[in-house]
Design a protein around this ligand. Structure first.
Ligand code: F6R
Length: 605
């Protein structure tokens, strides 16, 4: 939520700051703003506008030369998406600018205190309190912005990434983070700060991790990282493994479409070298025989991957698995012991709800084995072990390729645990591993046959509601299909377990209601049950779109996917659902990559 970028170096700052904002716009697109240091001691140059980054860009005709600056793209929390609530926020002299991602929980009391001291506020944001506080602290610290930032961070409650510049010191940028992401990009005679590495990937592949409550003080040639007491900390450098092309649309109309078509590769990359068992380096510190329960915590799409994981882990590793919505988990004060293995799943590694659930479990003695797509992000850093998915950067707000790789991670963990716990024989493991290894080419086959879905989807463009039915692992797939449609088509969509309909939801079925049925394989007991559920809704007027490895006679429209092991089928059945949601968004004239009200990487609770 909110994209943050800072640049200091030899280039004219506007260009890398704008480029960073373009790449980070997926994190929030309610408003955008930039502040540049131009003349030492004079007010900063600032431009900000409500709406998407394009609105701001259209105002940038005459921009003064500058070699350092900060930029922000906002997902509004406190105060609506207006010009005055857009970041950066300024002190009353217009010389200090601040951008922020997160929520300052004690901003009301801070604002009252600062107003009493004579500060004038012009926005409704929580952030503006911080810039006034920082201004006072800087004066108290003889103009040392980093010392001021450290003092201010101690006074703040909540979550934040903060970047500040002051016109007295052009070239200097000071940043800080707590429970919100910030990475440093190390360049040659130039340095960067950003919410994630995609902002500076075309300039450098060298990045530094920043830990909790750390402050970074940089100019074009030096980077100093300290804790809040001013103790200098060592740099934790890593190399970014993908390149700028991975974060670009590459000829596709939308990032989402590109990411849908990248799925065979994402799945294959996540599998490489792992089907025979996970590397001991990955699982070091976790004794799978010493646990008596698994708890998967995640949000949204990642939660659906967790639901599928439950089937595989319970069956192959013979251990009970709870799947919990991370946002609900800790408030229930659940029972957690040192024998609980907690698996947080997160594409971004920064989702606040998941992070807080992780911390609760850790404080109560659980071992944490996270599944994550983002190197160096907070969730893996706070885990005992991490299985990284290799989806590459996912830019579209609606998750697609990350979901498929999360499913793969679930299967890999289930296989590994099954073998470690001696619940799977070598031959059973090998058979499953073979079938999992065939998934990239089967996803490819699905993608080769989705073209007719475009026309089919358009037929239902004006529907007011669409229902998704599934049983067993088809149920989480149905939930995922409905979530994709809601977020992209802004349409009522719900996923149901096929057998549950008759207990109430069947009342929703009306003449012409489109129902997508995810069919289990022919021959399985559940195929028959599901076929009966389909008949029940068809008898009440529903139009049936069946997805399965065989044609369902009673279906009005049939979408064929390759056969696979039942537990693995969501990897294939979800792909047409993604395509339907994508096409529906286009048919209804919606913004595919940046759906309304949403943001990628939800760093507030
Ligand atoms: C939906 C979607 C979200 C995320 C959820 C968790 O398309 O992308 O539901 O799955 O916000 O995000 P991560 O995986 O980053 O923790």
């Amino acid at each position: 939520m909110c994209g943050i970028v800072g640049y200091t170096g030899k280039e004219s700052a506007l260009s890398p700051v704008l480029e960073g904002l373009r790449r980070l716009e997926y994190r929030g697109y309610d408003s955008a703003g930039i502040a540049l240091t131009v003349t030492q001691g004079a007010p900063l140059w600032v431009a900000k506008r409500a709406g998407k980054l394009g609105n701001l860009e259209s105002t940038l005709d005459v921009v003064p030369e500058s070699h350092s600056g900060i930029g922000h793209t906002r997902w509004a929390t406190h105060g609506g998406p207006t010009d005055s609530n857009a970041h950066p926020h300024l002190d009353n002299e217009g010389k200090l600018a601040l951008i922020h991602n997160g929520i300052i929980e004690n901003y009301v009391e801070l604002r009252a205190k600062l107003e009493a001291r004579g500060h004038t506020f012009i926005s409704e944001t929580d952030t503006e309190s911080v810039v006034h506080l920082l201004s006072d602290a800087r004066k108290a610290h003889a103009g040392d912005l980093a010392a001021a930032m450290r003092e201010v961070c101690k006074e703040l409650r909540g979550s934040f990434t903060l970047l500040a510049i002051h016109s007295d010191e052009p070239g200097r940028i000071v940043g800080a983070r707590r429970n919100s992401p910030l990475v440093v990009g190390v360049g040659d005679g130039e340095n960067f700060l950003a919410s994630d590495v995609s902002a500076f990937i075309s300039h450098t592949k060298r990045a530094l991790e920043l830990g909790q409550n750390e402050v970074v003080d940089m100019n074009a040639s030096a980077i100093i990282i300290t804790d809040l007491d001013g103790n200098v900390l060592p740099h934790k450098e890593y190399e970014i493994s993908w390149d700028a092309a991975a974060a670009e649309r590459g000829g596709y109309d939308h990032f989402m479409l590109k990411e849908i078509y990248e799925q065979p590769k994402a799945v294959a990359d996540t599998l490489i070298g792992r089907t025979e068992g996970l590397d001991p380096e990955i699982t070091a510190g976790i004794d799978f025989n010493a646990i008596d329960k698994v708890v998967i915590i995640a949000c949204g799409t990642a939660f659906h991957a967790g639901l599928v994981g439950k089937y595989a882990i319970e069956k192959w590793a013979d251990i009970s698995v709870d799947v919990e919505l991370a946002s609900e988990y800790r408030y229930r004060e659940p029972n957690v012991t040192s024998k609980t293995l907690v698996i947080p799943i997160s594409q971004s590694g920064e989702t606040m709800d998941t992070l807080m659930a992780l911390r609760y479990a850790k404080e109560h003695g659980a071992k944490i084995f996270s599944v994550c797509n983002t190197n160096g992000s907070t969730i893996p850093r706070e885990s005992d072990a991490v299985l990284y998915t290799h989806a590459g950067p996912e830019i579209a707000v609606a998750s697609t390729k990350a979901f498929l790789t999360q499913l793969i991670a679930m299967y890999l963990i289930a296989l590994h645990m099954g073998t470690e716990r001696k619940k799977l024989s070598a031959s059973e493991h090998a058979l499953l591993a073979d079938e999992i290894s065939s998934l990239p080419s089967k996803v490819e086959q699905v993608l080769e046959t989705v073209e007719p879905l475009r026309e089919l989807t358009r037929k239902f463009k004006d529907a007011t509601s669409m229902l998704f039915l599934g049983r067993h692992v088809g149920f989480p797939a149905a939930l995922e299909g409905a979530l994709k449609l809601k977020e992209l088509a802004y349409m009522h969509a719900e996923g149901f377990a096929g057998g549950e309909l008759k207990h109430g939801p069947i009342a929703l079925i009306d003449q012409g209601t489109p129902v997508i049925a995810i069919m289990p394989s022919v021959g399985s007991l559940l195929h028959e049950k599901m076929a009966s559920n389909v008949q029940e809704v068809k008898a009440r007027g529903a139009i049936i779109i069946a997805i399965g490895d065989a044609d369902l006679a009673s279906a009005d429209y049939k979408v064929r996917i390759p056969s696979t092991h039942e537990f693995l089928s969501p990897v294939l059945s979800v792909v047409p659902l993604q395509v339907i949601a994508y096409e529906m968004a286009i048919a209804r004239g919606n913004d595919v990559d940046q759906p309304r009200n949403l943001a990628k990487s939800v760093t507030v609770e």
